[in-house]
Design a protein. Structure first.
Length: 69
């Protein structure tokens, strides 16, 4: 992991609506992962899309654990 590939993204918990900052590691490419809410500890499903050509963040989708992303 390289610091220049870390991109902060402001997002909201889909459960309790708490705002928090998430660091996205673009060097991993497009992937799906989970992050726990810092307030309510609920599991947040994340789908991260990174452009293979430029390495830039294309989209970030967040949902509840039973959502289909």
């Amino acid at each position: 992991m390289h610091e220049e590939n870390l991109e902060p993204q402001e997002m909201y918990c889909p459960y309790c609506d708490t705002p928090f900052e998430l660091l996205i590691d673009r060097s991993q490419g497009s992937h799906a992962t989970w992050e726990d809410c810092p307030r309510c500890c609920a599991p947040i499903q994340l789908r991260i899309e990174v452009s293979p050509a430029s390495g830039e963040l294309v989209s970030l989708a967040a949902g509840r654990d039973d959502d289909v992303l």
